[in-house]
Design a protein around this ligand. Sequence first.
Ligand SMILES: [Zn+2]
Length: 121
Amino acid sequence: MVKKTPKRVKHVPQRTCVGCRKVIAKRALVRIVRTPEGLRIDPTGKAAGRGAYLHAQRSCWERGLKGALAHALKIDLTDQDRETLRAFMAGLPDEPALSEEMQMPEARTAGLEREEVDQPQ
Ligand SMILES: [Zn+2]
């Protein structure tokens, strides 16, 4: 038997949520980036500039707005920044959303369907 190298890479980039200080996978967090025009939400996570991360969860944003975010970004939040953050926060759930990775039943269903079709007679 040939040992297959597991494709699961252990090196997942991790970041700290500045709201609750939990360290989790970067892709599960929302990035806020500091630009010359003020703070912006960075859905791609690739915008240039100093960034900070928050859970897509309102309680973390509230803590961020209270000063954690300003501290992490080494700035003072302007009224416009607060507006930007509040607008985004308004669309967030109170509770953390379930991780997308944890619910992927589609692949399994597809496999079962194929098995039925391939059944030899
Ligand atoms: Zn958090």
